[in-house]
Design a protein around this ligand. Sequence first.
Ligand SMILES: Cc1cc2nc3c(=O)[nH]c(=O)nc-3n(C[C@H](O)[C@H](O)[C@H](O)COP(=O)(O)OP(=O)(O)OC[C@H]3O[C@@H](n4cnc5c(N)ncnc54)[C@H](O)[C@@H]3O)c2cc1C
Length: 503
Amino acid sequence: MSLSPWRIHGDNAKTGPRREPRSRDIEPAPDRARCRPALAGYREIVTFDLTPTVAQHDLVTRVHEFAQDRIRPVAAHYDRTQEFPWPVLEEAAERGFYSPLFYRDLIGDRTGLSLPMFMEELFWGCAGIGLAIVMPALALSAIGQAATPEQMLRWAPECFGTPGDLKLAALAISEPEGGSDVRNLRTRAVRDGGDWVIDGHKMWIGNGGIADVHVVNAVVDSRLGHRGQALFVIPGGTPGLELVRKLDKLGCRASHTAELKFDQVRVPNDHLLGGPEKLEHRLARAHASAQDGRGDSATMGTFAQTRPMVAAQALGIARAALEYMTDYANRREAFGAPIIDHQGIGFPIADLATRIDAARLLTWRASWMAANGVPFERGEGSMAKLAASEVAVQTTERAIQTMGGWGYITDHPVEKWYRDAKLYTIFEGTSEIQRIVISGALGAAGGKPPMHFGLEPSGGPLNKMFGRGTEIRTRAATAALKMKDHVPEPVRKAAMKVLRPPR
Ligand SMILES: Cc1cc2nc3c(=O)[nH]c(=O)nc-3n(C[C@H](O)[C@H](O)[C@H](O)COP(=O)(O)OP(=O)(O)OC[C@H]3O[C@@H](n4cnc5c(N)ncnc54)[C@H](O)[C@@H]3O)c2cc1C
């Protein structure tokens, strides 16, 4: 079972040659989707389409209702108290939003839009509660990246549990000495007979120490940089796994974030994701490679695949702030007019609305690419995350400014959204790291034109000859214009029908 079609790309230019998709990557296309041949080596691709399907429309409506009726009313409480929002998780599970099969469904949607639509709506409610709800999906994504099918079947249900018996999962990568530079992680795993023994220290771990499943990366061969790391499952309660402290955060305070220590944590060999043979093969390949520190690794792949997901979360916060400040600026009057009529207020709102829509388009494109196996060869996943997180900070900051003193106090949610949004330029790759990925990808692409130049065009030979913008059509149109006053109208209409461009 593959929960993750995202597995086949890296968000950089080092993705290597395009490969033939395995049969499980190609699932039956949705009824409405128009499929066509795409990249060389790919059998079909679902056309990018901004119209939501009926199911997507229904999903958005249901999640929005949940966010509005169940999340927003309690968001300030959990923000203030930093309690874990168990009752909201329970309700999410009852509504079907907290299960591995739900995510499998969303990720399997080849239009690519279901997952970002879900994320945006949920995080429109509250990013802290949203993170608490989706944290297992981040761990699941790493499992999907690295695990054998048997391991996937074993651990995926353990990440979520069932309504009435909820479980939690954590993805533990970052360490106190470095989050961005994953090559320098120090947590180590050493083979001891049929077990692995893990020692180390992790920082800022969502659900850390309270999770039933911790997916932890550790160095197994220190000579190989991030290619010498492997992912392990450490169940909650394993001796030696210590929750050092729950972290007191600026924003997203409903989510639990912790510092962890691993002191001689012992797990059986089958907790190594992917299994020992795959690891040995990967290490041998890395040793043989001249490009030390480059190429594939489970950890790097996980970051690549979660970026559009995280971008959509930031968009949820940005949109919430945009709507709120627009409504306020319409009602608040100063100097005899609603403040939105003052260009100092209205123009920044217009700019932000434009940037939010641009970021959404980038996010949907990245998500569509991921769902269809189109590699991020120009850093498209990072572009989405960078644009969405930056616009979330800009919009929430502007919302405070727009509301003046009211924006600065806790009577309104905008100061909270500002605190929440700031996380998005930091975690899952800081803005600087996204810029490094994008510029690196562009550099490797060597000034090649944008992605659509490399896609196999849709349409048949007739479209090539007579489609819009073709030379023949332009000539025919020019001739028709010249003759228009000399041809009877019925003939002109019939000619226009014939000239309709073929697909
Ligand atoms: C609330 C929260 C939740 C988190 N959840 C998780 C989680 O669940 N699991 C997990 O594993 N991690 C998690 N993280 C960790 C997060 O991913 C890291 O904080 C992040 O990757 C940055 O790492 P760092 O904090 O060590 O900063 P550093 O890597 O030390 O960076 C510090 C600054 O230097 C900049 N910088 C670094 N290298 C370069 C460079 N080459 N060029 C230019 N600038 C550079 C960075 O952009 C940043 O501005 C979380 C963090 C927070 C705050």
